[in-house]
Design a protein around this ligand. Structure first.
Ligand code: GLA
Ligand code: ZN
Length: 681
């Protein structure tokens, strides 16, 4: 990990502040655009994502480009010292194209979609790829040396699939590359089941959800084909503007695409975070913990490098059943949380509310009244000033000694798998629950895939790793032998990458490493909460009292492992539920039941404490206070937010100052939603 990463926007050593701006909706109202430029200065905005859905404005007729309006926008941004994150417009195709070239529209169940909404182009159709390449080339040629060009924003939120004949042809070609022969495909897909053996490639022509390996391959293909589309989109940009980095905006745990795969095509990761602040019946602390996980997952997709919060709302959204405005202070807290987790800035959807259509009531920095004296604008402007004072954060790394494994293949296998329990499977929530003990202690965590290099970590937590990619078991074993601590849970090591069960007992190839076997599993109904009890060995390692379990109880046989807890209920009372095996210099823990948050906290938090994993602050954080560090040594910055819903105080002791004001800080009094950045004194 370098002491400091390079600036995301070359030659622009500032945290980014700004967001999606659609001047193409206001071309007949130049006074509104002029007002925007002025308000941007007032809000301390330095980066705008422009042109995201502007294809119809840029190419109103086939082959006739209209760049004058965009020239004026970029010229003015440059004059005002701002950067454009210039979008390629492929997220929304013009109507003339849909009519003239029907194959650009997606197809499902044999029916082609009409021209409507957005994000619904076929990613295989050669004509669409050619049109995208042409407009991208024209944009790159025109703006290659424009001083406002800071980064490329490829399309918008790639997602979904298309099942047109072209996509099916591409899928079959992909399968031939992956499996080599039809005989191999039949083997990999276990087609003997229900007599589904294929005798010709042409027979592979419809998705069958009962064939899990097929649907897994389909999802992998959709990711690969989207990545291939991205590569084609990016080609003219890479050729004409090699110095300009490119990204596209991800969506956290969005299930439709394997972001680990897509990340390989990008120079930096960016994502759109719309946490459920002030949730009905919940609390902000849960939301903050989940958001911390998502930030860590997105950073993990980029190999741990800084990333960008590409969209967030300054107030509310308009697409949830209920969306309340962020309460005073929450905007600053949520934004600094993102920067603490490695974001190189804070960008919004959207700079100004549009007048019509489906997002006219979505929160924005500038409302329909065009005023800068209302609360939302003021909080945004104050954050702009704060980010302006935090130049020291730019490029500062997040150094994590712990990792949580999260994989899209696992998510898909769990989702598709018809199991003993087909409700409350909750892979994402379980991953979050095992990330939280670290997060709440201010310990940096990378959320990474099974294929990541684990050597840099001391603790790896692998929740519900149902599917194991080839070689992963061996790599986990070397990680442990070399001194790492590995924690796995119920539903580990059951299927291979073709979604076929491992023979010889679960957790499959990890059976020897954990020294356990899980021959049976109980799946009590939702309302049945049972308990497990620590053994003396478990108590010695910090387990205490009794822990409720729900949903999944694996009945473990400890073949070669210490038993740390056993079930205290049902006919399997006394059966091992939590085990540990010391292996080489490390340890392999197995949690066979879905315990409560306290169990995850006692296990994962206990291990972190024993290993002495580095914390953002060397003190116990009061409940509800989050802290994350960026940078190392004297350059270290600590981002602290209070999500508790009540005031909190931290006794910091000597050696700290407020990074914004420079004032020394021995005690930190945080009002509700307060957020501060600390630097070494
Ligand atoms: C997404 C899109 C934006 C906008 C916002 C609204 O993130 O990328 O264009 O629709 O949602 O929250
Ligand atoms: Zn298609």
């Amino acid at each position: 990990m370098p002491a400091r990463h390079r600036n995301i926007v070359p030659g622009f050593p500032h945290l980014l502040h700004g967001g999606d701006w659609n001047p193409d909706q206001w071309l007949d109202r130049p006074e509104v655009i002029e007002q925007d430029h002025q308000l941007m200065s007032e809000a301390g905005v330095n980066a705008l994502s422009v042109g995201i859905f502007a294809w119809a404005a840029l190419e109103p007729e086939e082959g006739r480009y209209e760049f004058a309006w965009l020239d004026a926008i970029l010229d003015r941004l440059a004059k005002d010292g701002r950067k454009a994150i210039l979008a390629t417009p492929s997220g929304s195709k013009p109507a003339w194209m849909s009519l003239k070239y029907p194959e650009v529209r997606r197809m499902h169940n044999g029916v082609r979609e009409p021209h409507h909404t957005r994000h619904n182009h076929c990613y295989t159709a050669p004509v669409y790829r050619a049109k995208v390449a042409a407009i991208n080339r024209a944009l790159a040629e025109r703006y290659a040396r424009h001083p406002a060009l800071g980064a490329w924003h490829l399309s918008n939120e790639y997602g979904g699939d298309c099942q047109c004949p072209l996509c099916w042809d591409a899928f079959r070609a992909w399968l031939q590359r992956r499996h080599g022969s039809l005989a191999e495909l039949n083997r990999a897909w276990y087609t003997a089941f229900w007599g589904h053996t294929f005798s010709a490639w042409a027979e592979v022509n419809a998705l069958d959800r009962t064939m899990h390996a097929m649907t897994l391959d389909w999802r992998r293909f959709v990711s690969d084909q989207t990545a291939d589309f991205i590569r084609a989109e990016a080609a003219p940009l890479r050729r004409l503007t090699p110095q300009i980095p490119l990204t596209t905006n991800f969506m956290g745990t969005y299930p439709g695409l394997d972001y680990h795969r897509l990340a390989q095509e990008l120079d930096f990761i960016s994502w759109d975070a719309y946490p459920d602040w002030h949730p009905a019946g919940g609390d902000d602390l849960d939301t903050a913990a989940h958001t911390g996980f998502n930030h860590d997952l997105m950073r993990g997709c980029g190999g741990g490098k800084p990333w960008v919060l590409m969209e967030s709302t300054p107030s509310s959204v308009n697409w949830k059943k209920l969306s309340r405005p962020k309460q005073p202070g929450m905007h600053r807290a949520a934004s600094l949380q993102a920067v603490g987790h490695g974001s190189e800035g804070v960008l919004y959807f959207q700079w100004r509310k549009g007048r019509g259509c489906s997002e006219k009531f979505h929160g924005a920095v500038v409302d329909h009244d065009g005023r800068s004296d209302h609360r939302v604008f003021r909080e945004v402007a104050a954050l702009g000033a704060t980010l302006g004072r935090l130049g020291a954060a730019v490029g500062a790394p997040v150094v994590a000694q712990a990792a949580v494994l999260y994989d899209w293949d696992v998510a898909w296998a769990i989702d598709e798998g018809q199991m003993q329990r087909n409700c409350d499977k909750d892979y994402i929530a379980t991953a979050m629950d095992h990330h939280r003990p670290l997060w709440r202690r201010g310990i940096a965590v990378d959320v990474v895939s099974q294929r990541a290099d684990l050597a840099r970590y001391r603790l790896v937590v692998a929740p519900m790793a149902l599917l194991l990619h080839p070689g992963v078991a061996e790599r986990l074993e070397s990680f442990v032998r070399a001194g790492g601590v590995l924690v796995a849970t119920y539903l580990t090591g059951q299927v291979d990458h073709n979604d076929q069960c491992f023979l010889g007992g679960f957790p499959g190839p990890l059976r020897a490493l954990f020294g356990v076997r899980a021959p049976e599993m109980d799946t009590p109904p939702d309302h049945v909460v049972q308990t497990l009890a620590p053994t003396a060995a478990g108590t010695a390692l910090g387990l205490s009292g009794s822990y409720p379990t729900r949903h999944f109880d694996e009945l473990l046989v400890a073949e070669d492992a210490e038993v740390l807890a056993t079930y205290a209920h049902e006919w399997y009372a006394g059966t091992p539920a939590v085990t540990r095996r010391t292996v080489g210099a490390g340890e392999a823990w197995y949690i066979g039941a879905r315990g409560d948050r306290r169990l995850a906290d006692d296990v994962v938090g206990g291990i972190a404490a024993r290993l002495g994993l580095e914390r953002a602050l060397d003190l116990p954080l009061p409940e509800g206070v989050a802290a994350q560090a960026r940078g190392t040594g004297a350059d270290r910055l600590v981002f602290v937010e209070n999500f508790a819903g009540a005031p909190r105080t931290l006794a910091l002791g000597p050696g700290w100052r407020d990074a914004e004001s420079g004032a020394p800080l021995a005690e930190l009094a945080l009002a509700r939603y307060d957020a501060r950045v600390l630097a070494r004194a």
